[in-house]
Ligand binder design. Structure first.
Ligand SMILES: [Zn+2]
Length: 365
């Protein structure tokens, strides 16, 4: 079974999840803090014209369905918290028998505008809007295309600055598909964070990531290029371990193409993003008597966090840029901190571990 990530088949469950999120969310939001969104469609994607292109601020890119639009085909933008709308404008392809709808309860939708010549506009002050959708009212002889949704609201909605879509393969374990969809949703939600942590000049991350669960794979998970493979057996026994997929998604963003990059640092950066940005406080104790900065994974992640705290808040960004652009040399540590890697490692082991404040991990995007 090969299909793109959450496409609307679990509509009711998702609507309830969205409602639950909105009910527990604080109603007063800081004016400058944008609301995050996720986008779904019941129509399959004509790759590479992915769903997030419909809300990426770039009218030159669009979402397109891989089949001609049918009655009820829709593309929905869900907001993590309700917003107050001022204006919504949508540019599609040639949609001329479609509706622009909003939802205030996360379950039912009301029509607020009709599409004419591919465009719809609605300018009404409305509180508590939790979703906006474009829906086809009759079958078309062309795909559903959504070029751009523009929302003027309070608070503002964060656009997809790093558009991405996960293509899922759960053929080996069809009953694990809901789990894989959830993992993809989480990684999709974290994609902007990962890209901000690992930004470098001129780099554009992959926009399509293949994520599969394979029964023949007996590790935890592995990544090659833009392909992630996880073990059916492992994730069946460790349903909570979405962080492992965030770690693998970080490898996709690292996008290292050869060079002399040490494995410990590659894994350390990935676990740094996982344990210090995605799920802070979940690293667990590091046994100082046996730990080394170059053991990779958690130990190297903790070492990097120490360097971030003690020497340079942007050191991970700089190390990543060097590894991505093939210029990494061990001497970079000396350049950035004026100390050798070896002495930094010893200093880390002799330091007091910082307070590990455990934070709740968002697993219901
Ligand atoms: Zn790894």
């Amino acid at each position: 079974m090969k299909r793109t990530s959450p496409g609307g088949a679990l509509g009711t469950a998702r609507a309830l999840t969205a409602l639950a999120v909105s009910l527990i969310a604080p109603t007063c939001l800081c004016a400058g803090e944008p609301v995050m969104a996720r986008v779904e469609s019941n129509a399959p994607t004509a790759l590479p014209r992915i769903r997030q292109h419909a809300f990426d601020g770039d009218p030159a890119t669009d979402f397109a369905s891989s089949r001609n639009a049918q009655v009820g085909d829709q593309l929905t933008l869900w907001f993590e918290k309700p917003i107050k709308t001022h204006k919504i404008e949508v540019a599609t392809g040639r949609l001329d028998a479609g509706s622009l709808e909003i939802s205030r309860n996360g379950r039912t939708f009301e029509k607020v505008a009709a599409f004419t010549k591919g465009a719809a506009r609605w300018a009404t002050e409305k509180q508590g809007v939790s979703a906006v959708r474009v829906i086809c009212d009759r079958a078309m002889d062309h795909p559903l295309v959504v070029r751009e949704i523009v929302i003027d609201s309070q608070p503002r909605v964060a656009r997809f600055d790093y558009p991405v879509e996960f293509v899922l393969d759960c053929q080996d374990a069809p009953r694990m598909l809901p789990w894989l969809e959830k993992a993809a949703r989480i990684c999709e939600r974290e994609y902007p964070m990962i890209n901000r942590e690992l930004a470098s000049a001129g780099f554009k991350p992959p926009q399509i990531i293949h994520m599969a669960l394979k029964s023949s794979y007996d590790g935890v998970a592995a990544t090659s290029g833009d392909r992630i493979v996880g073990s059916v057996e492992y994730f069946r026994r460790n349903l909570h371990d979405f962080g492992a997929m965030v770690h693998e998604t970080t490898h996709v963003v690292q996008h290292y193409q050869g060079g002399d990059n040490p494995g410990w640092l590659v894994e350390g950066v990935s676990d740094y993003v996982r344990f210090f940005k995605y799920e802070p406080g979940h690293l667990g104790p590091i046994r100082r008597s046996s730990a080394r900065y170059d053991h990779g994974y958690r130990e190297s992640a903790a070492f990097l966090a120490f360097l971030v705290h003690q020497y340079d808040p942007t050191i991970v960004l700089k190390l990543n840029a060097a590894m991505r652009h093939g210029t990494y040399k061990e001497s970079i540590f000396e350049t950035l901190t004026r100390k050798s890697l070896q002495s930094l490692g010893e200093e880390w082991l002799g330091s007091e571990p910082g307070p590990a404040k455990k934070q709740e991990v968002k697993t219901s995007p």
